[in-house]
Design a protein around this ligand. Structure first.
Ligand SMILES: *Cc1c(COP(=O)(O)O)cnc(C)c1O
Length: 416
């Protein structure tokens, strides 16, 4: 697309080194099959919105009550983003300022609990996120997190264990949501467990926000007091975060973002969010989300046919978690092999993984990005075959796999 190339040329006039790296990254995205479940390929409109003069504007505060003059136009942009987000998810209140998913979560905690308070979160090992109480993360240091997990046999969230533990420990907050969980999460049930025991309920729908917008995953909004998300995963917007909540928490949430944890909002990114939400309100977007899930199921079925083992035995959403142990290759080795044949995915721990976190026995594969570039279910079966060949006959087949990856990417170009 010429404006993308023009942008790189403009950078090159001042800074050839950075321009060259951007060009290489563009070429990588065009020529690689992107299976990282948290990534996507934004529209030219979202991309262009981020590269605008809105980056020049300071706008600490909120629309109509900013700390600086000259905010009338960024107010318009931010208000559009907020109104569209509320409409898209049926939420009472939206804050579109979080710089990222992690920032959104930190602010949400700050809004409703105090340091030292008891919280429940899905463990990292079971597919949860670092910001749900991992010891290395601020959430784990500031709050007293108890981690719940998945059933070792089924790989599914152990709701009974959760109910029992919440009744016993009476936390202030229960957090649900995951980064590596291939099944529907029963938000209604977890919400009931939380509320029956006097806890607030927060859902982090970072990975599945697009599926929630389209109805491919049940919405947490009716059941949760607070819903946080990223905008750059299935939602296919700019890199950033957002918080939705019931009106009664609106003031606290807004205060926890600014001045609580952030300074000036990134209005150029918020413009990208506004464009993303407009796109997400369309029938095309809903159809796109349906295709993500169909592609994900086609990939999962084909992988199972090839002899791979999948955590929970399959998928309901945009991702699968492959247990590589039957193939005799570790997560990190598989990730490196796939990199060398231009397929991008990430190693991921499987439940009770015998390998350490830097090695792992699993691989996470997702379909949001390839679906954006037009891959269909036949293409997913070809991708499964290429993953299989990479796992089982890498040395012998490497060059052939590279050729077949190129054929798929050439058939579905991006930013042409
Ligand atoms: C990706 C993710 C986040 C963090 O988002 P960042 O924008 O990378 O900070 C938080 N929670 C969950 C569940 C995620 O998957």
């Amino acid at each position: 697309m010429s404006f993308i190339q023009e942008g790189i040329s403009l950078v090159a006039q001042t800074d050839p080194e950075v321009a060259q790296s951007i060009q290489r990254e563009l070429d990588r995205q065009k020529g690689n099959i992107e299976l990282i479940a948290s990534e996507n390929i934004v529209s030219p409109a979202v991309l262009a919105a981020m590269g605008t003069v809105l980056t020049n504007k300071y706008a600490e505060g909120y629309s109509g009550r900013r700390y600086y003059g000259g905010c009338e136009y960024v107010d318009e942009v931010e208000t559009l983003a907020i109104e569209r987000a509320k409409k898209l998810f049926g939420a009472e209140h939206a804050n579109v300022q979080p710089h990222s998913g992690a920032q959104a979560n930190l602010a949400a905690y700050m809004a409703v609990i105090d340091p030292g308070d008891k919280v429940f979160g899905l463990s990292l090992a079971a597919g949860g996120h670092l910001t749900h109480g991992a010891p290395a993360n601020a959430s784990g240091k500031l709050y007293d997190f108890t981690q719940y997990g998945t059933d070792p046999v089924t790989g599914l969230i152990d709701y009974d264990f959760l109910a029992e533990k919440v009744a016993e420990e009476k936390p202030k907050l229960v957090v649900a949501g995951a980064s590596a969980y291939p099944r529907i999460i029963d938000f209604e049930r977890i919400g009931r467990i939380a509320h029956d025991n006097g806890a607030l309920f927060m859902v982090d729908m970072a990975h599945i926000a697009g599926l929630v917008a389209s109805g491919d995953h049940p919405s947490p909004v009716p059941y949760a007091d607070i819903v946080t998300t990223t905008t750059h995963k299935t939602l296919r917007g700019p890199r950033g975060g957002m918080i939705l909540c019931r009106s009664e928490f609106a003031k606290k949430i807004d205060h926890a973002i600014f001045p609580g944890t952030q300074g000036g909002p990134l209005e150029h990114v918020i413009a990208g969010k506004a464009v993303c939400f407009l796109e997400a309100l369309s029938d095309d977007f809903r159809e796109y989300q349906h295709r993500i899930v169909r592609n994900s199921k086609a990939l999962a079925d084909a992988l199972l046919e090839k002899g791979f083992s999948l955590v929970t035995g399959g998928t309901d959403n945009h991702m699968s978690l492959i247990d590589l142990r039957p193939m005799g290759v570790t997560g990190i080795d598989m990730q490196h092999r796939l990199d060398s044949v231009r397929i991008t995915a990430n190693k991921n721990a499987v439940p009770n993984d015998p390998q350490k976190a830097s090695v792992t026995s699993g691989l996470r594969v997702g379909t949001p990005a390839v679906t954006t570039r037009g891959f269909n279910e036949d293409d997913m079966r070809e991708v499964a075959e290429l993953i299989y060949l990479t796992a089982s006959r890498y040395d012998e087949k490497k060059n052939e796999i590279i050729e077949r990856v190129k054929a798929l990417c050439d058939a579905h170009p991006i930013y042409e």
